[in-house]
Write a protein that binds this ligand. Structure first.
Ligand SMILES: [Fe+2]
Length: 353
């Protein structure tokens, strides 16, 4: 369940209303790399993680909840940047009022211009945040990447945090308000923190490359095709050893001739790697079994219960209450975890039967 605390996570302030920047800031409210996208992405990913990987469930839900807190900060800031506009819009009978607050006719025309580029903003919301980006494109569930595999999802999340970070960086260039800058800097910094949390979580899953379960065909995992004419550029992406699999890059200088000579790559030889078809199939089998076992072992047949409660029949159960004893902090998965339990990625949840 969610528990709303009336205070913001960060003390968001503005020096003065600024409807133009309020419109730009919508990018992080209802935009493709904004706070709602991040919150929903981690929230949706968390469900599938809960039984087999309660430690990752805890991480995803904590960060999703923090992203909701950031959405609240962005929404509150947009609202404060529109201070006056909202109230004056309500004064439908007096057109002069909105002109006064906007600083005269020219400024009013400015607002009308803004409304042209994002028609919903101001006109439909009556001077409050709305779930669109700064151009008025509605928020969409298609912004959310959740693929049911932590080695994929955690990488998606590192990408999401990178994009959110750079958007804040760009936004900071468009405001001179030191208070707004201060909030944006906080939000930008949290993206840096979250990136590292997802990266650290990915490292606890071994092996985590390639993403998913199935290994790549050893004939094709280390070939680089020189797909253009002119000067060939060489770097660690096509010479030396590949960073994840440690295979020697094979530089195919003339891909057209190579494709023809290998019967469309079907006769491509394995080179520069210790992997062969046998080891690949063995690893596929072993990893498939391991991942499948982890999920099956954590998922009971028949009756199931998502949460356990302190008043239930589990004497070890505990729920997180705002006034909890910090010495009894739990893995937030329903009952108190034993030391090191959640770090190992083992199930800390218990079924209430
Ligand atoms: Fe974030």
């Amino acid at each position: 369940m969610f528990y709303h605390v009336k205070d913001l996570q960060f003390n968001a302030r503005v020096s003065a209303p600024d409807p133009r920047f309020a419109n730009l800031l919508l990018q992080q409210f209802g935009g493709p790399n904004g706070e709602l996208k991040a919150a929903m992405q981690y929230f949706v990913q968390a469900f599938g993680a809960k039984e087999p990987y309660p430690d990752k469930y805890d991480l995803l839900m904590d960060i999703a909840t923090e992203e909701f807190s950031h959405l609240e900060i962005v929404g509150a800031t947009i609202q404060m940047l529109l201070a006056g506009v909202n109230g004056k819009l309500k004064d439908a009978a007096d057109e002069a009022e909105i002109m006064k607050i906007m600083g005269g006719k020219a400024a009013k025309e400015n607002v009308i211009h803004e409304a042209m580029s994002n028609p919903h903003f101001l006109i439909e919301s009556g001077g409050g945040p709305i779930l669109t980006d700064s151009r008025g494109i509605p928020w969409s569930g298609t912004y959310v990447n959740a693929n049911g595999d932590l080695t994929v999802d955690l990488r998606s999340n590192m990408g999401a945090e990178s994009r959110a970070k750079i958007v804040y960086e760009y936004l900071m260039k468009f405001t001179d308000d030191p208070y707004v800058k201060e909030s944006l800097r906080f939000l930008m910094t949290r993206e840096i923190a979250h990136f590292q949390m997802f990266e650290a979580a990915l490292q606890t899953i071994q092996p985590n490359f390639p993403p998913g379960v199935l290994q790549g065909d050893p004939r094709h995992s280390n070939t680089y095709f020189n797909m253009s004419n002119g000067t060939a550029v060489r770097g660690p992406w096509n010479e030396g050893v590949s960073p994840e699999l440690g295979e020697v890059w094979r530089y195919i200088d003339d891909p057209i001739a190579h494709v023809a000579a290998t019967n469309g790559l079907l006769n491509q030889e394995i080179e520069g790697t210790r992997r062969d078809e046998k080891s690949v199939q063995e690893l596929n089998q072993a990893l498939s079994k391991q991942r499948s076992k982890e999920v099956i072992a954590a998922t009971p047949d028949g009756e199931n219960q998502w949460s356990t409660y302190s008043s239930g029949d589990d004497p070890g159960a505990d729920i997180d209450a705002p006034d909890r004893d910090p010495d009894q902090e739990t893995g937030k998965t329903g009952r108190r975890s034993t030391p090191g339990e959640s770090a190992k990625g083992k199930s800390t949840s218990k079924k209430g039967k």
